[in-house]
Ligand binder design. Sequence first.
Ligand code: ACO
Length: 388
Amino acid sequence: MNNDDDGSLEGVVAAHTVLSEVDGAAGRLVIRGHALDEIAQRWRYEDVVALLFEGFFDPWPQADGLRAAIGRARREAFERLQPNDDALLRRLPPIEAVRALLARLPDGDDLPTALRLVAAPAVYTAAVMRWRLGVQALAPDETLPHAADMLRMLHGRTPTAAQGAALDTYLVTVCDHGLNASTFAARVVASTGAGLASAVLAGISALKGPLHGGAPGPVLDALDAIGTAANARAWLEEAVADGQRLMGFGHRIYRVRDPRADALKGALRRLGAEGSVDAGRLALAEAAEQAALAILREKKPGRALETNVEFYTALLLEALGFGRESFTCVFAAGRVGGWLAHAREQVRKGRLIRPQSVYVGPAPKDAAAPETPETPATPETPEPVLAH
Ligand code: ACO
């Protein structure tokens, strides 16, 4: 479908990419030749960054070299923090504080620039969340895996292997997803030649919205308001009757269950096995999910609305001790790998993204040609013709 009058660009193909394929009918996500199920449980985030980046940067390090380079980049990102950042940024919503810190990073198109941008959201999210608690930011430990170090910088202690693995599953699961709104924004900016930092800033700005990456915090708000499994149906029914959207449900592309929801549910179950998940919370979430799906089937019969990635994101990140106001920042820490690879892919195409619009505004009142002056004006230096 091409809804060219509703502004959604639904159904419009705007890029050919080697990076990921989202099959909305089958509920399948492929990341550069690997099914999500194959990599979500086993890969570290650094490995999926290597997969996404390969061929887009020259020179290219070995896989182990890339892991070490991301560790060094975390240290470099941390060293850029200024003594008064805490006071300046702690009152901003975390996503805005992280965006402000990312905006300081230098632009460029090379691998060191890209690795700095991969590393920085994890470092700055942990720092901002600690400042909000009134405690100092912690320096990275370059020797740890990226996900485990993000948890260590947040909590001040090395996470268990299961906790590190659960965050790796999350970051890998959300690393790329076709031409979603934030990736499209990043590609548009990259196509102007602005540089990778600018493309990432465009991406994070798009991610911030509640219809895209801002949904998981409100998922928890809804669970808190529902309170008990017995109350789920009544609460959710009232919300839909009130015209609200149920956060964590529905997707522009998926017409079946979002495969990322199951990858994250699996990570939650594994984390639960070591006692790191509140069983009552999980049971409430499962009851709310079933009630929401039933209500959406009844009330929106024309639209297949299923659980999306954000529902179990909320529960997983909560179990890992991230405050709900930081969830979009953690999403950015994963999606940044995809933004950067897409930005490089777009730059390699070498053309500006510049679609057209159809003017539907009023016609000029007087369409007559302006009078020609009797004395020709002195010729001036012509204005450069800009492609607006
Ligand atoms: N709850 C209730 N109704 C919904 C929901 C929902 N979660 N999602 C869509 N609908 C309804 C719409 O109100 C609309 O109903 P109507 O025709 O009676 O007006 C119908 O379903 C179709 O909706 P669309 O606007 O066409 O759906 P669209 O493809 O534009 O939206 C979106 C997709 C934005 C994700 C939507 O489903 C939504 O708002 N979900 C809740 C927010 C959310 O979870 N966002 C995260 C998405 S995943 C991600 O970006 C990482």
